[in-house]
Design a binder for this molecule. Structure first.
Ligand code: SF4
Ligand code: SF4
Length: 264
């Protein structure tokens, strides 16, 4: 009995399926051969969370590189240069804060993008967003690399050059300052050495030990002078020389005091 009931159910199911098939045979086709037959989809038809092509609002992007670091397929490249002090016509960011960097390149390779949207989550200024645009296929892969910077190639070169020149001038200024400081230190040391020399006892009164010590220190100083020194080593050496001169001066004072005691 169960066997005949199953045959009956199978027949009914097959008849129902065939009725649906015959019903659609006479109806108009709905499948379009895209892109030959184009049936536009309005942006309003897209769900709000749709993952489509990205857009970067360069008025809000400060080139922090967070999106590039977050991208799992490394399809974002961000390059920036700091705004040179004194540069005129620097527009503020769209959040009202002063712009500190020029974003000279903000490239996204949509041939690699997997539309994970991680870049939009990490952007601190919400400059990178998903759009409703999904039809942007190309025959040439290179055309899928979008550069969103709003600077022209000439402006990029100009901004980079300005900053480089500023850096060079700053470095030069620092070097000159260092040099002037070193010269002032050297002069002070010479002055101290002179004073120590003046307060030294006459030649006959120096002890042989003192002489040998003086010779040793002179030889060491000469050896140190002949070495090519780094700025740190040079500063240390000058410090040592100043200490040595101070010691010499004290020794001379002691000797002078001892002599005056003997005379009295
Ligand atoms: S959506 Fe994902 S893959 Fe595409 S650029 Fe953003 S982080 Fe990279
Ligand atoms: S788009 Fe956002 S995350 Fe990416 S560099 Fe610009 S500010 Fe930073």
């Amino acid at each position: 009995m169960n066997y005949f009931r199953k045959i009956y159910e199978w027949l009914i199911t097959a008849i129902k399926g065939m009725l649906i098939t015959f019903d659609h045979l006479g109806q108009q086709k709905v499948t379009n051969q895209y892109p030959e037959i184009y049936h536009p989809i309005k942006s309003g038809d897209m769900p709000l969370i749709a993952r489509n092509r990205l857009f970067v609002d360069m008025d809000g992007c400060d080139g922090c590189d967070s999106c590039a670091k977050a991208c799992p397929v490394a399809c974002i490249t961000v390059e920036s240069v700091r705004v040179t002090p004194g540069d005129e016509n620097v527009p503020d960011m769209n959040n009202g804060k002063p712009r500190k960097t020029w974003v000279t390149k903000h490239e996204i390779d949509f041939a690699k993008c997997c539309f994970c949207s991680l870049c939009t989550f990490v952007c601190p200024t919400d400059a990178i967003t998903m759009t409703q645009e999904f039809e942007y296929s190309e025959f040439d892969r290179d055309k899928l690399i979008y550069n969103f910077t709003n600077l022209s190639p000439e402006q990029v070169i100009e901004k980079q050059k300005m900053f480089e020149e500023h850096q060079i001038a700053k470095k030069k200024e620092q070097e000159e300052k260092k040099k002037a400081e070193a010269e002032a230190k050297k002069l002070a040391e010479i002055e101290a050495a002179k004073k120590a020399e003046e307060s030294k006892p006459s030649e006959g009164e120096t002890t042989p030990k003192a002489d040998s010590n003086a010779q040793i220190s002179e030889t060491t100083a000469m050896k140190e002078e002949t070495k090519v020194l780094s700025p740190e080593e040079e500063a240390k050496q000058k410090e040592r020389e100043a200490r040595r001169a101070e010691n010499e001066r004290k020794r001379a004072e002691r000797l002078a005091a001892a002599k005056s005691n003997e005379n009295t």
